[in-house]
Unconditional design. Structure first.
Length: 180
């Protein structure tokens, strides 16, 4: 599904890709929608659980933001095909299944937003824009990240943290300059 897209795969293709006979595959998944829901729901549940675990040992706001970023980058590095499906097939599911995934996404977004808010005193809209910008950096890493070329997930996470925290510092400076 990551390689050919949702519409470029049949249930038969999916069964073959997993090494299962179509009948066996259908015993686990009734439809392509069920496969896509399992991928998306599983990914967000894993991201939420691993983020909670990563944040459990982190100290102050900057350390917690870094732990969240590192957790996400590590997930991207370990599951690039899943990330490709999450990003490219986000709107493919029918409404009821999409709502299940949307609620999980909202929980994950709220966690990220709370970490941005803890590091950045600004109005609600600026925090929202900043949070979405961070998720943009994190989610699209699947398209360019290569450990051989770009370093470990912690190297990438440090770069993103530096950009985020530096940008947050600049945003506060800009707001102060605009106010004077």
């Amino acid at each position: 599904m990551a390689r050919h897209g949702y519409h470029g795969m049949s249930m038969r293709d999916l069964a073959r890709a997993t090494g299962k006979a179509p009948a066996s595959f259908y015993s686990h998944f009734a439809s392509k929608e069920a496969v896509l829901l399992a991928i998306q729901e599983g990914a967000f549940l894993e991201l939420l659980a691993s983020a909670d675990a990563a944040l459990g040992g982190a100290g102050g706001p900057k350390a917690r933001l870094y732990a969240f970023i590192l957790n996400h980058v590590t997930y991207v590095a370990e599951h690039p095909d899943v990330m490709r499906v999450l990003v490219n097939e986000a709107a493919t599911l029918p409404r009821p299944e999409r709502d299940i995934v949307r609620r999980l996404k909202e929980r994950y977004y709220a966690l990220g937003r709370s970490l941005v808010e803890a590091n950045f005193v600004a109005d609600r809209i600026e925090i929202e824009r900043t949070t979405y910008a961070i998720f943009g950096m994190l989610n699209w890493a699947y398209g360019w990240y290569s450990e051989e070329r770009h370093g470990s997930p912690s190297d990438v996470a440090r770069t993103i943290r530096r950009l985020v925290l530096g940008g947050l510092s600049l945003a506060v400076s800009d707001e102060r300059a605009e106010a004077s």
